[in-house]
Design a binder for this molecule. Structure first.
Ligand code: ADP
Length: 503
């Protein structure tokens, strides 16, 4: 019997999962690590702590599975994206804390680049909107602010990596400095069309090429772990950023297949096939993965949309309004009324993401009457998650020209049956919940297993994917269109609110 070990390095915790040949979880281990907020808007991680927690959970997962490393066919890696690490090639020590994807310290640099007219060119090359979210400006910041970093980087003494590269470096005892295209495509430095680092982007952000990792395919044996770490050398054979790995774990292998992850926010990714699609609806273009065909190693692309407040809206009902005691309670409260009574909640607490991208929008509750109660507000909160997702879904259909036939779902809030039913009703396509909920880790395991012939083909994985429950739409087209138009009207009332208060 042999297994695949998947390591899932997330924003708040490091996890490791052992999978068997049926794609089932054999054992799992998880450990949280420290979040550092040194100044308003800054978010940092200690890259050493990321590695220490990751190594600990890898060992613990093997112990819990009752296996040793020689029983592992391969290892897969998936990780929080965009978080930026810069380290010394000789000592392996980070030269500064890692700058986390949520960190806003480079918003000013992004504004300057936008003011000088660079946003359209950057979008065309990288598929990304010019935002502090991505790694490129974070790396530029480190090179400009860590004493001596720029000179040392130019001399080739420093290595840059997203978290995948940092882990690979550690796993291989500093022998391999590499990344793969799904992570590279979140850096602002990667050209989506050529599949390589982009010289003009490097020049624009003043990044010395000597710091960059080599780009390897997402699926293929790229290295072996140091024998000392787990007691045997394990081939590292698959890796992808967390949202792309979830797309793979949901077996969305064909163009037009999409998944939505319902966590704090929602991330929807749709496979767009072998060509990048440039968005006219403010979606991000990104690499889904490279592989798994051994011969051609084709690149697969995706469109991505993000909703900032999804499960976080439910947290607000619990902690802010205090109308529920726990997140799952929202379901019975919302189900106690047949509809919201024409009440809409626009949870633009931190502005709006796709497709509105309005940082000045603020939360809005419209349509209340004397008959409105907490159950209507709870139901409006669930509808808001579903309606925001429907806006992203519509933008994806419009951008890709592909008819989306169903939506595969995962993440903590997808356990809410009422939310999933509302989602199907407002989308007009079935919403399908998978049996395995560890889709992110599973995606990395699938990539590693395909590269090592543990699984024969993506067709085998498609057959292995099992739905736990399918929610079919009950609303007719007229009701759906009316409700969505009403929602857009509510959204329009939330727009620009913070700006108006400043003027
Ligand atoms: P993340 O990975 O972003 O931390 P998770 O996938 O763990 O998120 O999901 C947690 C989120 O889902 C929380 O925001 C929580 O409020 C929400 N949530 C959890 N259970 C439910 C539920 N039954 N109904 C609605 N929301 C829920």
């Amino acid at each position: 019997m042999d297994y695949i070990l998947s390591i899932d390095q997330g924003t708040t915790s490091s996890r490791a999962v052992v999978f068997d040949h049926g794609g089932q979880v054999v054992a799992m281990s998880q450990r949280e690590f420290t979040q550092h907020f040194p100044r308003p808007g800054w978010v940092e991680h200690d890259a050493r702590e990321i590695w220490q927690t990751q190594l600990a959970v890898m060992r613990d997962a093997l112990a819990r599975a009752g296996i040793n490393a020689s029983q592992l066919r391969a290892m897969g890696i998936t990780n929080q994206r965009e978080t930026t690490v810069l380290w010394d090639r000789r000592t392996g020590e980070p030269v500064a804390p890692a700058i986390v994807w949520q960190d806003r310290r480079t918003a000013g640099l992004c504004d300057e680049l936008r003011a000088t007219g660079h946003a359209p060119g950057i979008a065309a090359k990288t598929g990304l909107v010019l935002d502090a979210y991505f790694s490129g400006t974070k790396l530029a910041w480190l090179l400009n602010h860590v004493p001596g970093a720029r000179v040392r980087a130019e001399r080739g003494e420093l290595a840059f990596g997203t978290v995948d590269s940092w882990l690979l470096w550690q796993l291989t005892g500093g022998r391999v400095h590499a990344t793969e295209p799904s992570n590279a495509s979140r850096t602002l430095l990667f050209n989506l069309k050529t599949g390589t680092w982009d010289r003009e982007m490097l020049a624009l952000l003043d990044i010395p090429p000597a710091v960059l990792p080599q780009i390897l395919p997402s699926c293929g044996v790229m290295a072996e772990t140091d024998a000392q770490l787990l007691g045997a050398c394990v081939p590292i054979a698959g890796w992808a950023g967390d949202q792309q790995a979830a797309l793979f774990g949901q077996a969305c292998f064909a163009p037009g297949m999409a998944k939505n992850t319902y966590g704090t926010g929602c991330f929807m990714l749709m496979n767009t096939g072998d060509q990048p699609v440039s968005s006219s609806h403010q979606l991000l273009g990104t690499v889904a993965w490279q592989g798994p065909s051994a011969a051609a190693r084709p690149m697969a692309y995706a469109l991505e949309g993000s909703v900032f407040m999804a499960g976080a809206t439910v947290q607000w009902l619990r902690d802010g309004l205090q109308i529920i005691d726990s997140a799952p309670q929202v379901e019975s409260l919302a189900a106690s009324v047949p509809d919201t009574g024409d009440v809409f909640l626009v949870p633009a607490f931190a502005g709006l993401g796709t497709p509105d991208w309005d940082g000045q929008a603020r939360g809005t509750l419209v349509g209340m009457t004397r008959g409105t109660g907490r159950a209507h507000i709870a139901r409006a909160a669930l509808e808001a998650i579903a309606l925001q997702t429907a806006d992203v879904f519509q933008a994806m259909s419009a951008d890709s020209g592909l008819a989306l036939t169903e939506l595969r779902v995962d993440g903590g809030a997808c356990r809410n049956d009422l939310l999933m039913q509302i989602q199907a009703d407002v989308l007009g396509v079935p919403v399908v919940r998978s049996r395995v909920t560890e889709t992110t880790a599973l995606g990395a395991a699938y990539l590693a297993g395909l590269a090592t012939d543990y699984w024969a083909s993506s067709a085998e994985l498609s057959a292995q994917w099992q739905e736990e429950r399918r929610f079919v739409p009950h609303w007719d087209d007229g009701r759906r269109q009316d409700h969505r138009a009403r929602w857009r009207e509510a959204v329009s009332r939330s727009r620009g609110w913070a700006k108006a208060s400043c003027s």
